[in-house]
Ligand binder design. Structure first.
Ligand SMILES: Nc1nc2c(ncn2[C@@H]2O[C@H](COP(=O)(O)OP(=O)(O)O)[C@@H](O)[C@H]2O)c(=O)[nH]1
Ligand SMILES: [Mg+2]
Length: 210
């Protein structure tokens, strides 16, 4: 199978509230990326679309509450597909106060909880950090709506080759499905993550229909 190419990747808009979300479009499924601040979310999205600066790495805190929408076209062999990628605000740390957590949870939960076009969520966990309550609570909550949750271990280059399968197995037991190990720095895991994301999207079904 030839590697996926991304001939088009455009920033669409940043939304502070649900009224700013772009209208949902027939045939344009959405894939969201979420995880703790600094987990490597911006780097991962840039790696997936093969662009250096589509999403700013280490974005300033003032902008992290926004939901950012991108339109992407994928070329998979002869097949061209459109997908909308959605960059959600990073969670705060579990140690911050309840009031502070209350400021980022509503934006994330509004999108994850009610967006009809949402088909898959990449739930990012840093290779060097333990899963905290936010990831543990979010995964079953998203899955209960019928949206696919794909756990992703970011910065996997920081683990030795021996540690990688162990970390993957541990996360699978916590979140209920096998994670994809990725490294934006060393450049691995891209193809596997795209395949897992695409498998959750409705056009795969349509393509094989008679
Ligand atoms: N070693 C390593 N560091 C990474 C990787 N991806 C991101 N980082 C670093 O982690 C920090 C946060 O990255 P960023 O993409 O801005 O994370 P975000 O806050 O989740 O969007 C930056 O210093 C990145 O250089 C990776 O694959 N490997
Ligand atoms: Mg970021």
């Amino acid at each position: 199978m030839s590697p996926l190419r991304v001939p088009v990747a455009d920033f669409e808009r940043s939304a502070a509230a649900p009224t700013d979300w772009p209208p949902e479009e027939e045939g344009l499924p959405e894939v969201a990326f979420c995880g703790r601040s600094n987990v490597g979310k911006s780097s991962l999205i840039n790696f997936l679309v093969d662009r250096k600066g589509l999403v700013r790495v280490s974005r300033t805190p003032g902008r992290t509450r926004l939901v950012n929408f991108f339109q992407v076209e994928l070329l998979d062999g002869e097949t061209r597909r459109r997908v909308r990628l959605v960059d959600l605000p990073g969670f705060g740390y579990a140690k911050v106060s309840k009031t502070e957590r209350a400021t980022w949870r509503p934006g994330i939960e509004a999108y994850l909880g009610k967006r009809g076009a949402l088909r898959a969520v990449a739930l990012l966990v840093d290779a060097r950090r333990d899963v905290e309550i936010d990831e543990r609570e979010l995964a079953p909550w998203i899955a209960a709506r019928g949206v696919r949750v794909i756990p992703v271990i970011t910065k996997a280059d920081k683990l030795s080759k021996h540690e990688r399968p162990l970390a993957a197995d541990k996360l699978r037991r916590t979140l209920g499905s096998a994670p994809v190990l990725v490294s934006a720095t060393e450049g691995f895991g891209r193809e596997e993550l795209w395949r897992r994301l695409l498998a959750a999207l409705p056009f795969d079904v349509a393509r094989h229909a008679p």
